[in-house]
Write a protein that binds this ligand. Structure first.
Ligand code: HEC
Length: 139
């Protein structure tokens, strides 16, 4: 009987422990969600290709939804928080802020066409890559 009691008590303890672990896992998940998207992911998911979020949003002919605009803005903000693999912080801040500012206006619906042009100018792939994207060795 005594043995049974011990086992029961032990199981109860285990159960409490298990709940704690699950809760800790959930906390971890929350942290993961808040982690900013890497520059690599922003490039792949937001910039790359003619059908990218960026090319849709900057176009004065195509229409993008508010949701897409907000998503892209948050990607730009994430990108601004990251450290580029090359180039100095000041220049990075300049490039990213130059995109975030018109993007914020687009989300708000202020001077949309004008700000799309500003976004396009600031979002020059070549200019920013020249300053901040390390060249790949090709041989
Ligand atoms: C504000 C600066 C900036 C602008 C604007 C920009 N890029 Fe990039 N891009 C980067 C940086 C920095 C990297 C290197 C990321 C790394 O190595 O972590 C990069 C890398 C990439 C990569 C390789 C992804 C990888 O990490 O392997 C692709 C593809 C890319 N950019 C596409 C584009 C295209 C297309 C445009 C224009 C429509 C563009 N980028 C505009 C900064 C920029």
């Amino acid at each position: 009987m005594r043995k049974l009691m011990t086992v029961t008590a032990f199981s109860a303890l285990l159960a409490v422990f298990a709940v704690n672990v699950t809760m800790a896992d959930k906390e971890e998940d929350k942290k993961k969600e808040k982690k900013p998207m890497s520059i690599h992911d922003v490039m792949e998911k937001g910039f790359k290709g003619g059908k990218s979020l960026y090319s849709k949003i900057k176009s004065t002919k195509k229409k993008s939804t508010k949701e897409e605009q907000e998503k892209f803005l948050s990607m730009l903000k994430d990108m601004a928080k990251s450290k580029p693999p090359m180039g100095d912080e000041k220049s990075w801040k300049k490039f990213t802020t130059a995109m975030i500012k018109p993007m914020e206006k687009i989300v708000k619906g202020e001077d949309v066409d004008k700000n799309k042009k500003a976004l396009t100018k600031a979002g020059s792939c070549a200019k920013c890559h020249k300053a901040h994207r390390p060249k790949k060795k090709r041989d």
